[in-house]
Write a protein that binds this ligand. Structure first.
Ligand SMILES: Cc1cc2nc3c(=O)[nH]c(=O)nc-3n(C[C@H](O)[C@H](O)[C@H](O)COP(=O)(O)OP(=O)(O)OC[C@H]3O[C@@H](n4cnc5c(N)ncnc54)[C@H](O)[C@@H]3O)c2cc1C
Length: 512
């Protein structure tokens, strides 16, 4: 066996998984067919609960460049309709406007720090597996070679060769009735509203920033990101052609969508700059996320419209879910069936993204019936509960993994706790950076430590106090920061000790 885990693909999700495995004491090899990091601009940022998850690994600070913890965004957009999130008591919508190439750079740096071997210019070409391991065939710069590994993960994108080599189907729909054009541009300063930051388009009127803007003829987006201003126009029932994309083509499309000219020029600054035409799109979900010792991750397992930017919220959390389970399998303490819960937990999350991106695509389409549907949705969104429902869905905050236990936090992401420990005040997000399972005991007598006997090699204990109201008195956290067990008792009784031991066994295996 050359490796415990080989990952195909050094995209964001493959790199995140590599970091998680390394934190858990497994050294993966990452194969990437490209010689260097791609300069292609895809995601413009991270949206949803993944921002908190990255904070819990110390990666938020690296990406934001500041020391402040993440804060929820006061506004977002659903199907080109504004969501006023400032009204919500418990706003789940976090955002981090960082381009994907920077996210990949930060994840690659972190992976290398953690000792991951990234082989660039090495392309997966074949796969076979037996009971004990997987043989990968690779075309490298010095010729073809084979690697034998205990587990193989395909994080090789929507056209995943891993998925194809395993014969896993990718059912779904391909739409070819839309053309989306986008580019980094410079907009004349006199068109920018100094108060709202939006555009005042001559002959058309104000268009707010970042809010998708639907007209009778298509969709327009003006997005002044710190790294550059993006203008996008989407039209329906059009053939994008195959000539190279140009700013003039975007100008023509914006004119058709808005009905007036928007003056703009080429972008300033070093780039990389976007100039892209995307025709149609795919919504597909892999039939299975696992084939024996081979697993699919990120876009290899699911693709969908980029509307609302849910891709990395989904894929990076797939990686957080899979990393510790795969490591547990390799270390030999995984309880039976743990690795299968990767799919049972993450498939519903992917299905939900498929549902809301398709719903949003329907809501931005042209036609009077859609306009009527939007009027109805606008009325519904005046109700705070509807806004909360949509925000929870888009951010992934409504995920509840099916774990045994009756506490309302069981199966949900951990709340943001501030703990007073013997060494001072600390945010939970600072305690989870090692990616170790944690039992947080806030009971006055620190009564729960004994439950960890036989599992102290796997589960860390934090005893602390808190002055926060409405938080549990004890929480058992998985490495992906989902709650495996929680209690509100100040003095847990024998029954609660038993339920804690059951939760420890089902997440972290038998005591040794
Ligand atoms: C236009 C656009 C806009 C988007 N906007 C957003 C957004 O705002 N927010 C958001 O969260 N998401 C967005 N997404 C989605 C996001 O970009 C993807 O979900 C994300 O890139 C998936 O990451 P991945 O690591 O799974 O796959 P990829 O990023 O596709 O990486 C796969 C890697 O595998 C490598 N590879 C492929 N085949 C092989 C092989 N045989 N051997 C070795 N290596 C191989 C590839 O070279 C690549 O580096 C957008 C996507 C698009 C297309």
């Amino acid at each position: 066996m050359t490796a415990d885990v080989v990952i195909a693909g050094a995209g964001p999700n493959g790199l995140m998984l590599a970091c998680e495995l390394s934190l858990a004491g497994v050294r993966p090899i990452v194969l990437e067919r490209l010689n260097g990091q791609t300069k292609e601009n895809r995601a413009n940022g991270l949206v949803g609960q993944v921002v908190r998850a990255l904070d819990r690994r110390g990666l938020y600070e690296r990406l934001s460049g500041g020391a402040e913890p993440p804060r929820p965004s006061p506004a977002f957009v659903f199907g080109a309709m504004p969501l006023d999130l400032s009204r919500l008591d418990d706003n789940p919508m976090y955002g981090l406007p960082v381009p994907q190439h920077r996210i990949e750079q930060v994840l690659a740096e972190r992976a290398l720090e953690l000792g991951v071997e990234i082989r660039r210019g090495h392309e997966l070409t074949g796969l076979s597996q037996d009971e004990d391991g997987v043989d990968a065939e690779i075309a490298g710069p010095e010729g073809s070679y084979r690697l034998r590994t205990r587990h193989f993960v395909g994080a090789d994108g929507g056209r995943s060769i891993t998925r194809k080599l395993c014969g896993i189907g990718f059912p779904g729909v391909t739409r070819d009735d839309s053309v989306s054009r986008g580019a980094h541009v410079t907009v004349p300063a006199e068109l920018i509203d100094p108060v709202t930051g939006g555009l005042n388009v001559p002959g058309y009127g104000p268009i707010p920033p970042f809010m998708h803007h639907r007209t009778d003829h298509g969709l327009f987006v003006y997005a002044p990101f710190p790294t550059g201003t993006l203008v996008h126009a989407t039209e329906w029932n059009q053939d994008g052609g195959d000539q190279p994309m140009s700013l003039d083509e975007l100008r023509d499309s914006v004119r058709r969508v808005l009905g007036v000219d928007l003056p703009f020029g080429p972008p300033e600054g070093p780039g990389p700059h976007q100039l892209r035409r995307v025709s149609g799109g795919n919504t597909r979900l892999a039939e299975r996320f696992r084939d024996g010792r081979v697993l699919l991750l990120g876009d290899a397992a699911h693709v969908h419209s980029a509307i609302g930017g849910p891709g990395l919220n989904l894929g990076l959390q797939d990686a957080l879910n899979l990393g510790w389970k795969l490591a547990a399998e390799i270390h030999g303490w995984a309880p039976p069936g743990l690795l299968d819960t990767y799919e049972t937990e993450r498939r519903p999350a992917a299905e939900r993204v498929v549902m809301h991106t398709q719903a949003q695509s329907a809501l931005i389409a042209p036609g009077p019936e859609v306009t009527a549907l939007r009027a109805l949705f606008t009325e519904l969104l005046r109700d705070e509960r509807t806004t909360k429902h949509i925000a929870d869905m888009m951010s992934g905050a409504d995920i509840r993994y099916d774990l045994e236990g009756t506490h309302p936090l069981t199966g949900r992401p951990a709340p943001d706790l501030v703990l007073e420990t013997a060494t001072g005040s600390v945010r939970l997000a600072e305690l989870t950076r090692t990616a170790r399972p944690l039992l947080i005991d806030l009971t006055p007598d620190a009564a729960l430590a004994g439950a960890l006997d036989g599992r102290r090699d796997r589960v860390d204990l934090v005893t602390a106090k808190t002055s926060q109201d409405g938080v549990p008195t004890a929480v058992l956290l998985r490495p992906d920061c989902y709650v495996a067990w929680a209690s509100d008792s100040l003095r847990p009784d024998a029954k609660e000790h038993d339920t804690l031991r059951t939760a420890l066994a089902s997440a972290f295996g038998a005591a040794r």
